[in-house]
Every structure is written in structure tokens, then in C-alpha cells.
Design a protein around this ligand. Sequence first.
Ligand SMILES: *[C@@H]1O[C@H](CO)[C@@H](O)[C@H](O)[C@H]1NC(C)=O
Ligand SMILES: *[C@@H]1O[C@H](CO)[C@@H](O)[C@H](O)[C@H]1NC(C)=O
Ligand SMILES: *[C@@H]1O[C@H](CO)[C@@H](O)[C@H](O)[C@H]1NC(C)=O
Ligand SMILES: *[C@@H]1O[C@H](CO)[C@@H](O)[C@H](O)[C@H]1NC(C)=O
Ligand SMILES: *[C@@H]1O[C@H](CO)[C@@H](O)[C@H](O)[C@H]1NC(C)=O
Ligand SMILES: *[C@@H]1O[C@H](CO)[C@@H](O)[C@H](O)[C@H]1NC(C)=O
Ligand SMILES: CC(=O)N[C@H]1CO[C@H](CO)[C@@H](O)[C@@H]1O
Ligand SMILES: [Cu+2]
Length: 547
Amino acid sequence: MSSSRSSVDMASIVVLILAVVSITLTLQVADAKPFPAPDLKLCQMAFNDTSENCCTLPYTGAPLRKFAFKPELPMRVRQAAHLVDDAFIAKYQRAVELMKALPETDGRSFVAQYRLHCAYCNNHLHFPENEYPLEIHQTWLFFVWHRLYLYFNERILAKLIEDDTFALPYWNWDNQDGTNPLPNEIPKVWASNITIFPNAINKTSSLFHETRNPCAGIPGRIVEFQNILGPCLPQNYTEVRAQSSHLMWTQTVSAGPTPSTWHGASYRFGDFGGVGMGTMEARPHGPVHVWTNIRQMSTNKDSASDPIFFGHHANVDRLWEHWLTLPGKYRKHITDPDYLNTAFTFYDEDGEQVSVTVKEALDLNLLRYKYQEMPAKWATQGLNDPTWTFCSPTPTPADDAALIAATPRFNGSLAILSGPTTFKLKRRPSLSARHGEEMLELKAKLDFHTQHMQNIFAFLPNSTYQNTSIGCMEFIGCMFSIPHVGMSPDLKPEFTFRIGIRRKLELMGRAHLKDIVITLAGEKSAPPIPGESGFELTSAKIIYSKK
Ligand SMILES: *[C@@H]1O[C@H](CO)[C@@H](O)[C@H](O)[C@H]1NC(C)=O
Ligand SMILES: *[C@@H]1O[C@H](CO)[C@@H](O)[C@H](O)[C@H]1NC(C)=O
Ligand SMILES: *[C@@H]1O[C@H](CO)[C@@H](O)[C@H](O)[C@H]1NC(C)=O
Ligand SMILES: *[C@@H]1O[C@H](CO)[C@@H](O)[C@H](O)[C@H]1NC(C)=O
Ligand SMILES: *[C@@H]1O[C@H](CO)[C@@H](O)[C@H](O)[C@H]1NC(C)=O
Ligand SMILES: *[C@@H]1O[C@H](CO)[C@@H](O)[C@H](O)[C@H]1NC(C)=O
Ligand SMILES: CC(=O)N[C@H]1CO[C@H](CO)[C@@H](O)[C@@H]1O
Ligand SMILES: [Cu+2]
């Protein structure tokens, strides 16, 4: 073999490699599909339905500019709402009162601010090149869009009261501490008439909303993540606290071990949006909205018109930060460039439009805010809590074996009409952690304009939506889809739901089993009862994934 021959070979290999690299790069560039910052002028009424009055009024300010960090801002501390003092409440009330007094043509006004939330969902923001409207719920944009929304809302409030230290309080509803003031009742800062400053325009607090559920307003009544619409019966506090702690552990530690499980499905320019909700958005985030205010807070359209929305979402944002600190190899920010380069448009503290990218939203130090620390006992409590019990009357290995033998395997599409559905799926219990996290992946064709909620249980075939507690050891997660009112009723897109299952199976002592028995518990019922079923389950399998 001559040396000249081999150097020719080397050269052509190098050329070939370069060609492959450049084709790959070109493909990546051509394939890049982040959402560009939307032009809010492209907002349209959904199906020209005037009841969905979401778009902000025509904007007359300066041209859209890029967001810049403000390193000169003081580090602002978002306090736990149940602990704020009356001076803070007066300041926050004043800021929101000033915001409410602005005309709706001003992007900083209370009306423009809550319509902005609505504009980003329910078929309002259209791009000329994109067949489908932008939808920031039920996908990987959920956490980050709400973070930025709160950031600008908070900056506007700060500017209105000329106080750069102002930070929104967070409603610490995940904290089940039983001493007063209770973190998980509605904090008094959002009540009707506490500490009104003397020159208030209206004699009701600007932080109150009159459509709250009567039950939620009762002092001492704590948020429930299950019985969100039940009658206002006396609460068994011990039971609600245990159930809520267990739900937090299941959804965060067990069901949400990776970005795709925690944040929801990927979502790129051109995709049909809103088809894969993450674990936190499903529960407890969804039930907290409904439990608080079924009328305004339970619709995409009006939810941000109750000021407690911002305290609720501040806690969701705080839990995202907390999630990053929990054990697990894959609890990291999403690194996909389509996520990082997606941009949104907001109104800044001067009422001007700015575009900001997802990657600018991932470091709280740069955004200059942080959260007052509060214990999150639920994060470790799950591991050795004697009150966490099986709901199956007979959870023995022999019963597991009999149940597995008696349960049909999932076999192709399944029409789920009503009531619970049980099937078994194959696992690979010996697969090592380097293959990623073990998760249940369900795909389903759902009506986009109705609500679907299924609680998912393992080895509990007789579970029902209403009567089986989400505090049962066998509860492993849920699938949830909220109605998207503006969408065409003809659309029946395919949804993907992923929930981690390994931690819970370990806790149940069932991680060694080669099959898992899954029960989907929902009910066919008219809204507003939330456990509706009536959809086509197209795929169900156990997968192993790092994403
Ligand atoms: C004051 O209350 C009235 C009646 O509820 C309402 O229409 C008005 O918008 C309120 N004003 C402010 C600034 O909140
Ligand atoms: C509102 O103010 C009145 C009079 O000060 C007081 O009696 C009432 O308890 C207050 N309501 C609430 C919900 O704090
Ligand atoms: C409340 O629930 C706990 C735990 O399930 C139970 O031990 C207790 O008896 C219940 N209390 C009442 C008053 O029902
Ligand atoms: C799975 O479904 C197909 C088509 O309905 C059927 O032919 C087959 O027998 C089923 N297999 C099992 C194991 O039930
Ligand atoms: C589920 O319910 C059926 C009928 O009510 C009963 O025969 C069966 O034993 C129950 N299974 C379990 C595991 O409890
Ligand atoms: C739930 O339990 C109640 C009371 O035991 C019963 O009346 C009702 O039929 C049950 N509902 C379902 C869906 O199982
Ligand atoms: C979403 C939608 O159908 N928008 C339409 C509302 O009406 C105007 C004027 O007729 C149309 O241009 C929009 O396409
Ligand atoms: Cu929300």
C-alpha cells in the first residue's frame, strides 16, 4: 500500500466527513423550528366569537425590541404569602389598584395583562406561516411562559409604585404545615378587605375576586387536590394533608423524573399545540385553579383576572426550581434548541413590547429574583411515611401474580367510553438506570374542546375516579387535558402523556415484576365534573427515556 494512495484516502475521508458534517448542520438549521416572538397584532378572536375577547387592544408604542437583563435591579425576594405583613399587603394592593386604573389600551393595565394570558391560548395567536395557533399550555412551554409572564407583571407593578424591591408573593399550597397562618388556605393577602389603605378607589381589596368558590373563602379551609368540586363538607384535615403530601411526592418525585414528564411534550413551530401535559400542570396545578375559583380561574380565558392567579403561578415557578434540586440524573433544563430559542412577546414596565427567549428565562440570578425558602417535607416524606397505605385489600405477592394472570394485555387501540379500564403492560425490570427513566407512555385521540381527567393506578383494578383516593399507594399519576374552547370541534388530535413509574413501584415493593397492571379511572360525565372519559387510547407502553 503506497503512502500517496493512503493520503488520498485520508483526504477523501476528510472531505466525506466534512460533507456529512455540513449536511447535518444544514439539516439542523433547516429543521430548526423554534417559535418566533409573536406579533400581538396577529391575535384574532377565536372563531370570531366575541365572548372570547382576548386580544389586547391595538398597540401604538415603539417597535418590538429585544429583552435586556437589568443587572442593576436589587435581588427581589418572593415571600410566602401566608407570612407577609400588613405593610406589604397595603403596598401590593396599591400596585394592583393602580394597574386596574390604567386604560385597557395600555399594555400594562390589568385588563391587557389578563387578556395576554388568554391570547396565548385557545386559538388566538396566529402566525401567517403556521397552520395552527400558538398554545402555551399542555406542552414544554408551560413553565417558562408563565415564569416570564409573572416576571413582566411584577416589573409593571414595581414601576407603578416606584419600588424596585417589589416582588409577588407565592401561595405555598404544597406546604401541609398545620400551624397558623396555614400556608395552604387562601392567604389573607388575597381576601376581600384586609388592610385597605385609606385612599382606596374601591372599598374592596384590589387583590380580591368576587367569583371565588364560597368553600375556598372560608378561613382555615385548606386546598384539596382531589375533591375540587365536592360539596362544602367538613374537611378531615389529617386526611387532606396526607393525601396532598402523597400527591406532591407522586407527581414530582416519582411521575416527573425527566423534562418530558415534568414539563410536558415537545412543541415546535408548525406543530399542533397543547397535546401533552406534564405532571405538575395536571395535578396539583389544575385542581388548585378549580378549587379556588371555578368561574374565572378555571378557564384559560379569564384565569388571570383573579389576582390570586399570580400567587398560584409563583408557587408553580418555585416548584420548578425545587424540582431541579431533587435527586435524579435527568432533572435538568431542556437543552433542545427549539425550546431554548422559542421567543415570546410581553409588555414591559413602560408598556412597550419586548421579545424574550426561553433561554433568557432559565437563570433566576439574571432575572434578579428568588424565593423565600419554605420546607417541602413532601419531597422526602414519601419514602417512610407510615400513613401512606395500600388501598387494595390484599396487596400480597400471590395476589399480584393472580391479578397479572387474569388481566388482559393492552392490544392495539382501545375505545374508553366510561368507567375504569384495566390492562397489563410488559416491563424490563432489570434494565439499568443508564437507559434512562422508566415511564408509562399513553397516546390517545381526544376531543380538544372537552375536559379529560384520568387517574392512573397500578395493581388496583377496582379503582374509580370519585371513590379512589389519589393518596393511595397505588396512585401513580394522571392524564389530564383541559378544554380549548376556541378550537374547532372537528379536531381530534393525538395526545401523548408520560409519567415516571419506577420510584413508586420501588416504594410499593413491586419494582421486580415483569408486568404492570394499569387502571385508568375516569368517568363519562358532563362538565364541570372533571373525570371525563370517552376517547380512543391508541397506544400504551412502558418506555425507558432520558428525556
Ligand atoms: C371599582 O368597583 C366597580 C364596581 O365593582 C368596578 O366597576 C370598577 O372597575 C372598580 N374600579 C377599580 C379601579 O377597581
Ligand atoms: C371586612 O371588614 C369588616 C369590617 O372591618 C370585618 O368585619 C370583616 O371581617 C372583614 N372581612 C374579611 C373577610 O376580612
Ligand atoms: C380523619 O382521617 C384520619 C386518617 O384517615 C382518621 O384516622 C381519622 O379517624 C379521621 N377523623 C375523623 C374525625 O373522621
Ligand atoms: C389483539 O387484537 C387483534 C385484532 O383485534 C386480534 O386479532 C388478536 O387476537 C388480539 N390478541 C390478543 C392476544 O388478544
Ligand atoms: C374487583 O371487583 C370485582 C367485582 O366487584 C371482584 O369480583 C374482584 O374480586 C375485585 N378485584 C379486586 C382485586 O379487588
Ligand atoms: C362511590 O361511592 C359511593 C358511596 O359508597 C357510591 O354510592 C357510588 O356509587 C360510588 N361511585 C362510583 C363511581 O363507584
Ligand atoms: C379565527 C377567524 O376565523 N378569524 C376571522 C374573523 O373574521 C375576520 C374578518 O371576517 C377574518 O379575516 C378572520 O380570519
Ligand atoms: Cu395556571
